[in-house]
Ligand binder design. Structure first.
Ligand SMILES: [Zn+2]
Ligand SMILES: [Zn+2]
Length: 402
């Protein structure tokens, strides 16, 4: 097994050792071969549970959120509980055929890097387990299902994981291929956006395409609605605040010369702040009603599948920054200014528990690792596992000592 060049990214005093890194590689490669989806994660869960048992963690028998897995270790002295969350699910994307160690489950692959997140959490577990005798507090590893379709974090929370463990802080990271290995993005601002799934239904009498004046024009209403919604974001939201609406789904009519009685449209709203989200949702409803009146059709709007923006607590951000400064060598840049309007349901934990979620670069142009997340070519530079594990282990130890 190759140990690679991970040491060049780290200072001598970084917490990870060569055998920790080997463990990270072994875990990541094993998990990479068995990518499972959503809440249906039997093989992944079994692998993680076995690894945690080897590390002498207390593995909770309850399956929080159907298939979530939680395990803990504590030191001899009492102290705060710090949670580390990693997501477990893969995507229904066929991985490129000619890759060594590729997925063995047809049609599925770890095309978002969650195999790496699990490997990092297991490596942090290994590092802290070794230091157990000097711990004053408890580490809880929280392996979450269904991040991609969404709902996994909330399912675990509804099943009582936060009440049961009462963490003082919660940490996590996403490996990010748009950033190069050695780059970290840590911010007090929203790292990921809020997401709302928007569904419009337009209903009217429809009619013959030749005599629209006798019809209620659902298609005309739709055209106006799309324009007005896009205009709302461009002209009514502070240009300094990131927000976007995209409509990506339309179902209307079955023949060219009939104005349909019903149209459905689906879209997504992303924002960085709770106030602009609330404002836009309110205005979208007003716009739908006004256009409905204008065209004499009914327009209903439903927002569902919502997740809040992913915002870290300033004190935890400072902790991660200082852990990065203490762990990373001069070739690294731990202050990359980056955020995305993608969504991430770690936000549900950070809404309830102060903590920090950050991005660790895993792209490496020199090694040809350039494919974006959620594509069949996606891969990660495994050196990033060492960076993520070192910074997280150091952040968590600091948090336990606080
Ligand atoms: Zn993803
Ligand atoms: Zn992801």
């Amino acid at each position: 097994m190759s140990i690679g060049s991970y040491r060049s990214y780290l200072k001598q005093e970084a917490l990870i050792a060569d055998d920790d890194f080997e463990w990270a590689l072994t875990c990541r490669r094993a998990l990479h071969r068995i990518p499972e989806l959503g809440f249906d994660l039997p093989r992944t869960r079994a692998f993680v549970a076995e690894a945690l048992t080897k590390l002498d963690f207390n593995v909770d028998e309850r399956a929080y959120g159907q298939s979530g897995l939680v395990a803990s270790i504590e030191g001899p002295e009492p102290g705060p509980t710090i949670m580390l969350r990693a997501d477990m699910d893969a995507l229904p994307i066929e991985e490129v055929a000619d890759r060594e160690g590729r997925s063995t489950i047809p049609g599925n692959s770890h095309a978002c890097g969650h195999d790496g997140h699990m490997a990092i959490a297991l490596t942090v577990g290994r590092i802290l387990a070794r230091q157990r005798q000097s711990l004053a507090g408890r580490l809880v590893l929280c392996f979450q299902p269904s991040e991609e379709p969404g709902g996994g974090a909330l399912a675990m929370i509804r099943d009582g994981v936060l009440e049961r463990y009462n963490p003082a802080q919660c940490y996590g990271l996403h490996l990010w291929s748009e950033l190069q290995t050695g780059q970290l993005a840590v911010t007090e601002k929203a790292l990921f956006a809020s997401c709302d799934k928007l569904s419009w239904t337009i209903k009217g009498s429809g009619g013959h395409g030749a005599i629209p004046h006798l019809a209620h024009d659902t298609v005309g209403a739709l055209a106006q609605l799309i324009q007005a919604n896009y205009h709302l974001v461009a002209r009514e939201v502070d240009a300094q605040e990131a927000a976007v609406i995209s409509i990506g789904q339309l179902a209307a009519g079955s023949i060219h010369n009939v104005i349909p009685e019903m149209i459905s449209a689906g879209g997504t709203l992303r924002t960085e702040s709770p106030s602009s989200r609330a404002f836009i949702l309110e205005r979208l409803k007003e716009i739908a009603e006004a256009i409905g009146r204008q065209f004499k059709v009914s327009i209903s709007l439903e927002a569902s599948g919502s997740i809040p923006a992913c915002i870290s607590a300033p004190s935890a951000v400072a902790n991660v920054r200082s852990a990065a400064a203490g762990s990373l060598s001069g070739v690294c840049d731990a202050n990359v200014d980056y955020s995305t309007l993608a969504g991430e349901d770690m936000a549900e934990f950070l809404l309830r528990v102060p903590g920090c979620y950050f991005l660790v670069g895993c792209g490496n142009a020199d090694r040809g690792i350039i494919a974006p997340h959620h594509t069949s070519e996606f891969d990660l530079d495994e050196d990033a596992l060492a960076i993520g594990a070192s910074v997280l282990a150091s952040s968590i130890l600091n948090a336990i000592r606080e």
